[in-house]
Design a protein around this ligand. Structure first.
Ligand code: PLP
Length: 223
């Protein structure tokens, strides 16, 4: 069986030259496995629950970038505000305002990605392009100083239909391009397109992903 380190090195090879980075999705896995990933070179970790992330973070070195990839309720923001690097699942102005408020209390800036609904499945959450634009054009958003949007994120439909998955990734890419031109032309930090997981990362890379979020293909199936 390949080790966690073997799997990470294999992914680093796959993304070499693409400009994309690997987010090791560590949700449900115990800290020793995260330490193994760290030792193999991983520095970006993705968790989907604030509480679990807050318990693990102090047990890893401080140069880990913690990415929250699951839905975040505003009342949970304070749990992760002292250390979270990027909230990839930003889906409302209210959440941005709370991130700003809590980041300010800690004298820091929290990065965020706007999560878009690109899948055909009802359950997958996220914004439409119109909803994202409403946020970006608002005076409330313009006033925020401790939260910084650095790109977009999306989850494709869980299907074997590769044409459909590719089409969804291309749509996310086109949302990114549209927002970049209209709201972030001079902002070099608005550059992330987070898409692709264990089952569809290759299609995501082909569509221009800059962050692939990989769990089971590194750590094995979650219990
Ligand atoms: C769990 C999760 C992943 C990783 O999924 P794998 O199929 O295990 O690679 C990626 N993105 C999000 C948002 C997740 O919740």
């Amino acid at each position: 069986m390949p080790s966690i380190a073997d799997n990470i090195h294999a992914f680093e090879e796959k993304i070499a030259g693409t400009g994309a980075r690997l987010v090791a999705v560590t949700k449900t896995h115990p800290v020793p496995l995260l330490q193994e990933a760290y030792a193999a070179g991983s520095r970006l970790f993705g968790e989907n629950r604030p509480q679990e992330m807050a318990e693990k973070a102090p047990q890893l070195p401080p140069d880990v970038e913690w990415h929250l990839i699951g839905h975040l309720q505003t009342n949970k923001v304070k749990i992760i505000a002292p250390f979270v690097h990027t909230v990839q699942s930003v889906d409302s102005l209210r959440l941005l305002q709370e991130l700003d408020r809590q980041a300010a209390r800690h004298g820091r800036v929290i990065r965020g990605l706007l999560q878009f609904h690109i899948a055909q499945e009802e359950a997958k959450t996220g914004l439409s392009l119109a909803e994202a634009e409403e946020i970006l054009a608002s005076t409330e958003f313009g006033a925020l100083q401790h939260v910084r949007l650095t790109g977009v994120m999306g989850i494709a439909t869980n299907t074997l239909d590769e044409a459909q998955v590719s089409q969804e990734f291309n749509q996310l890419r086109s949302f990114f391009d549209a927002l970049k031109v209209k709201y972030f032309t001079d902002d070099t930090e608005f550059r992330e397109i987070s898409m692709g997981m264990s089952g569809d990362y290759a299609l995501a890379l082909a569509a221009g992903s800059t962050l692939i979020r990989v769990g089971s293909a590194i750590f094995g199936q979650r219990g």
